[in-house]
Design a protein around this ligand. Structure first.
Ligand code: PLP
Length: 396
C-alpha cells in the first residue's frame, strides 16, 4: 500500500481565517444587512495600474499573431523581465545580475518550493509572530522547527541567539503581521550569524515597496556579506496588486554555495525540471511594473494604502494604544487594550463597532494579546473604522 507523507499529520488545523469567517457569518445571521468594516484582509483592493493593463493587452495581441506569438517561456524567466528586475536592484545600488533573478508565480509558491534545495535534516528557524506558511511548508517536509519568539521589548525584531542552532532562517521584513522592519544593523547581525554558522537566510521581501524611511534596507543584499548566506523572495502581489494575477521573483546570488554545491545552479536545475516557466502574458505585464510609468503608477496606489495606515495610526495615537508597523508596512500590530486576548478583542470590535481585524494569536503563540489591522481596505471604510475605534476605545 502506498505510504502518504505522514508529516502532514503534524500540521495543526489552520483555524485563523476559517474562524474569522465563521464568526462573521454567525454575526451577520444575527444582524442581517449590517455593514462591516474589514480591516483584516491581506488582499489588495485597488486594480492593476494602467501601464500593466496596457502591457497585458499588448501581450494578448502578440499571442494572436504568428510573428509575435510565444510558446513555452524560458523556465527561469523571460530575459526582458529578469533584466528589468536586476536593473530595479541596480538602481538602488544593489548589484544583482539577470541570471541571479528567477521569475516565479508568486512568493508563496517559492517559499515552499525552495525547500527542495535543502536537506530534510536541517533545522528551520521561524521568527514569530510569522506568516503561517513558513511553519507549515517546513512541517510538510518533515523539518525540525525552532520558534524564536519576539515581543514589544525588541520591537518584534529579535537578535540572533548564539545558543540556537539553525540552518535555515526565515526573515520577513517589512514583517507580516507586525509591520516591523529590520534596520541595517539588526539585519547585519543575522547575516553575520548565518555566515558564521553556515546557515541560509530566506529573506521574504514581499512588502519592500512599502518602506518610506530612507535608511531602512529594502533588500538583504544591501547588507555586506549577504551574497554568501541569503536568498531573497519577492512578489508583485502587494507592490503592484498582482494577488490575483500572480507574479514574483527570487534572487539567488552566484556566490551562495554549501558543500561545493551552488544554490543558483541547483535552482536552475530545479526550475528546468519542475516548471515550464511563467506565462508570457504575465511576464510582459510584470515588466511594465519596472518601467518609469509603471513605478509612478504603483507608487500612487501604495500611497492610498499608506494614507489608510496614517488614518489608523492617528486613531490609535488618540486612544493611546501601543502599536508598531504602519509607517513602512501595510500592517499595524497593536496591543489589545485592557489586557484582552486577541480573539476576545476580535469579538469586542465585531459586536460593538463592526470593525474586523486579525487576532494576533493566529501568527504564533507570542501573538496572543495582539491584533493586526491591514491597510488594504478602501479609504472610506478605513476612515469610518478609525472613527468608530476612537469612539469605542477613546473614552476608556
Ligand atoms: N510573504 C508574505 C509575508 C505575505 O504576507 C504573503 C501574502 O500575503 C506572501 C508572501 C505571498 O505572496 P504571493 O501573493 O506572491 O504568493
Amino acid at each position: 500500500m502506498i505510504k502518504p507523507n505522514m508529516h502532514y499529520a503534524n500540521l495543526k488545523d489552520s483555524y485563523l481565517f476559517f474562524n474569522i469567517s465563521q464568526k462573521i457569518k454567525a454575526y451577520l445571521e444575527q444582524n442581517p444587512n449590517t455593514r462591516l468594516y474589514r480591516m483584516g484582509i491581506g488582499d489588495v483592493s485597488l486594480p492593476l495600474c494602467d501601464a500593466v493593463i496596457k502591457a497585458l493587452h499588448e501581450a494578448v495581441d502578440h499571442q494572436s499573431k504568428k510573428e509575435t506569438f510565444h510558446g513555452y517561456m524560458p523556465e527561469c524567466g523571460a530575459p526582458f523581465l529578469r533584466e528589468a528586475i536586476a536593473m530595479y536592484y541596480n538602481d538602488k545600488g544593489v548589484k544583482i545580475s539577470a541570471d541571479e533573478v528567477f521569475v516565479s508565480s508568486g512568493a508563496s509558491d517559492e517559499l515552499g518550493d525552495i525547500l527542495d534545495l535543502f536537506d530534510r535534516s536541517n533545522t528551520t528557524l521561524v521568527i514569530e509572530p510569522a506568516y503561517p506558511a513558513y511553519v507549515d511548508a517546513n512541517l510538510m517536509g518533515g523539518r525540525n522547527i525552532v520558534h524564536l519568539a519576539s515581543g514589544e521589548e525588541n520591537g518584534f525584531l529579535p537578535e540572533p541567539d548564539k545558543n540556537i542552532k539553525a540552518d535555515l532562517i526565515y526573515i520577513c521584513s517589512p514583517n507580516n503581521p507586525t509591520g516591523a522592519v529590520f534596520s541595517r544593523e539588526k539585519l547585519r547581525a543575522w547575516v553575520d550569524y548565518a555566515n558564521q554558522n553556515g546557515s541560509v537566510i530566506l529573506f521574504d521581501a514581499a512588502y519592500e515597496a512599502f518602506i518610506s524611511d530612507e535608511d531602512l534596507p529594502h533588500s538583504i543584499f544591501e547588507i555586506e556579506g549577504a551574497r554568501t548566506c541569503a536568498i531573497e523572495i519577492c512578489s508583485l502581489s502587494k507592490t503592484a496588486g498582482f494577488t490575483g494575477t500572480r507574479l514574483g521573483y527570487t534572487i539567488i546570488p552566484k556566490e551562495l554555495s554549501r558543500c561545493g554545491m551552488s544554490f543558483n545552479d541547483m535552482w536552475v536545475r530545479n526550475r528546468t525540471t519542475k516548471t515550464n516557466g511563467v506565462s508570457y502574458i504575465l511576464q510582459l505585464g510584470g515588466a511594465a511594473v519596472f518601467t518609469p510609468e509603471g513605478q509612478r503608477q504603483i507608487r500612487e496606489n501604495i500611497q492610498v494604502y499608506k494614507n489608510n495606515a496614517k488614518v489608523l495610526m492617528e486613531a490609535l495615537d488618540k486612544i493611546g494604544i501601543w502599536y508598531c508597523g504602519g509607517k513602512n508596512a501595510p500592517y499595524i500590530w497593536l496591543k489589545c487594550p485592557g489586557g484582552m486576548g486577541s480573539w476576545e478583542f476580535f469579538d469586542y470590535l465585531l459586536n460593538n463597532i463592526q470593525v474586523i481585524g486579525t487576532p494576533g494569536a493566529g501568527f504564533g503563540a507570542c501573538g496572543e494579546g495582539y491584533f493586526r489591522f491591514s491597510t488594504f481596505g478602501s479609504p472610506e471604510d478605513t476612515k469610518e473604522a478609525a472613527r468608530r475605534l476612537v469612539e469605542l476605545l477613546g473614552k476608556k
